[in-house]
Ligand binder design. Structure first.
Ligand code: MF3
Ligand code: CO
Length: 264
């Protein structure tokens, strides 16, 4: 965490580049969501995303990146794919998806030196009611956080919105991992916690760009790291869901840089 680049405010020109990256992230996630059928492997989804980025003249931000929380190991793939009780940072393998799985798909896109970071949890075939509701509440917690992204509010307003939404649904929010600033680097200051702790945190100002990413568990909030050095799973093996958008703070309110592109 302490190695994180400082908080960088972005100009409208920089936000425009991040929006271009964000559109491609949205499209790549949608392609993968469509492709995530029973029998498809996680590596096939990874290849699909990487080839799409390449065709758009963009690069995957995660590939070969060593983040502040894992300095020793460069990440080996374009996407993270986290299945069922896996929370985040699942490395794509030849594991085949099966009907009823939920899979968190996470992708960073870099365009002309600017990054956008986004994730969604998708269902494979038809999933059960428990999984569906967990996904829905986690998505709602991200929306509630985005609704707080106005100049003059504080980081705590974002964290509180996520925690309230998730816990009112009967779930717990992961505490060992947070969202983050994003833009010039894939991970920048400030941290964006998904739960409230001491102090209001930084005030939101125009030009801030935040990757807000609630990770919500059906059971306890404790998580563990798997032996591959990356994959994070729930400690109690309960299901987990994850959604992430890159959001710009502007004078006129939140702009979701990784949202669905307007039809041309
Ligand atoms: N969205 C995730 C995060 O911000 C993805 C990180 S994968 C990594 O933590 F390779 F970039 F570390
Ligand atoms: Co992120």
């Amino acid at each position: 965490m302490s190695h994180k680049p400082p908080l960088v405010l972005k100009s409208p020109q920089e936000l425009a580049l991040m929006r271009e990256a964000g559109k491609v992230a949205w499209q790549a996630l949608s392609l993968m969501e469509e492709a995530a059928r029973p029998g498809v492997t996680l590596l096939e989804l990874d290849r699909l995303a990487e080839e799409f980025l390449q065709s758009e003249g963009m690069t995957p931000s995660f590939k070969d990146y060593s983040p502040p929380f894992n300095r020793e190991r460069a990440y080996p793939a374009a996407i993270c794919a986290s299945v069922n009780e896996q929370v985040v940072h699942g490395i794509p393998t030849d594991r085949k998806l099966v009907r009823g799985d939920i899979v968190g798909l996470d992708l960073g896109v870099c365009f002309r030196g600017y990054h956008a970071d986004s994730a969604r949890t998708v269902e494979v075939g038809r999933v059960g009611k428990k999984a569906r509701r967990l996904m829905h509440v986690t998505f709602e917690s991200l929306q509630a956080a985005i609704d707080q992204c106005h100049v003059g509010r504080t980081m705590r307003d974002i964290s509180r919105a996520i925690q309230r939404t998730a816990e009112s649904g009967g779930y717990s929010v992961v505490r060992q991992l947070t969202g983050h600033g994003v833009g010039k680097y894939i991970h920048e200051a400030p941290d964006v916690p998904n739960f409230v702790s001491a102090g209001p945190g930084p005030r939101l100002v125009p030009g801030m760009t935040l990757a807000i990413e609630p990770m919500v568990n059906l059971g306890h909030y404790d998580v563990v790291s798997e032996d591959d050095g990356w994959t994070v799973s729930t400690a109690d093996n309960s299901l987990s869901a994850h959604y992430e958008h890159t959001v710009a703070i502007t004078e006129t309110g939140p702009v979701v840089l990784t949202g669905e592109p307007e039809p041309e």
